[in-house]
Design a binder for this molecule. Structure first.
Ligand code: ZN
Ligand code: MN
Length: 258
């Protein structure tokens, strides 16, 4: 029977329980942030994109998508512009670690044994690792030893052939893609009504010295808040990204959760 929704929180609890209790149905948890994304995009890009990749992957593998984490770890200057921007609203690392640890243990209590964190905000990465490490340790103490996690960030599935198509004039690395071609192309395909490309600020790719300073120096970040220009973004590039990343995520889940 086709399922009416893959979003766990849209289900009534008995239907949800029926799917989760056996442990075979993967739970996909999108993790994002509330973070400025330049003059041309809204501040929940890092939530919308991993949620859509989670939805597409869940459809393919028979998984369920948990409500996304809409706040993440603090924006870093070299990958998100910096936490000093108005609008950017972040958690302390310990808060994110504890919240994610609590949530994954709840899904395990419901019966889930295969969980996937679908990350959409680079700065979350090591806090996800820590939350899972602590959760696995506590589950071990509770004599639960059969829980497996897959942790991924969707952009890591973009292969070299796709990079050449997306960035014919040269690729400068994922860290300075904040608000650039990757995210803007996906948003143009998925949520064009939320993108105002005419407001995008054209600028050279951001460059930083090979060290960090704290407090951050706002002057290091382009004033627009983006770290590379989104002007070359297109909905067609969004299609390419949706295809290659969804395919890669689905394969990862099939390989690891079979
Ligand atoms: Zn982003
Ligand atoms: Mn981000």
């Amino acid at each position: 029977m086709p399922r009416s929704t893959v979003f766990a929180a849209e289900m009534a609890w008995p239907d949800y329980q029926e799917q989760v209790k056996g442990g075979d149905v993967p739970i996909l948890i999108p993790l994002g942030s509330m973070e400025q994304h330049g003059h041309h995009m809204p501040m929940h890009v890092d939530v919308l994109l991993p949620t859509e990749f989670a939805r597409r992957a869940a459809e393919e593998v028979g998984g369920l998508v948990a409500p996304p984490f809409t706040y993440g770890y603090k924006s870093h200057q070299k990958s998100g512009g910096g936490n000093f921007f108005p609008g950017t609203t972040s958690l302390d690392g310990a808060s994110l670690v504890n919240a994610l640890k609590d949530v994954v243990k709840e899904f395990v209590r419901h019966g889930a044994r295969n969980l996937c964190i679908v990350n959409g905000h680079f700065e979350n990465s090591w806090f996800i690792t820590e939350a899972i490490d602590l959760a696995l340790r506590e589950l071990d103490w509770a004599d639960i030893h059969d829980v497996k996690f897959v942790v991924l960030s969707y952009w890591d599935f973009v292969d070299q052939a796709s990079i050449e198509k997306l960035y014919p004039n040269g690729f400068h690395g994922w860290d300075i893609e904040h608000g650039g071609v990757l995210e803007t192309s996906l948003m143009l395909r998925l949520h064009p009504e939320l993108v105002s490309l005419q407001n995008a600020v054209e600028h050279a790719p951001a460059t930083f010295p090979p060290y960090d300073v704290y407090p951050a120096k706002p002057d290091w970040t382009p004033a627009s808040g983006t770290l590379s220009s989104p002007k070359e973004a297109t909905a067609e590039k969004g299609d390419l990204l949706l295809e290659v990343c969804t395919k890669g995520i689905v394969k990862a889940l099939q390989d690891e959760f079979s």
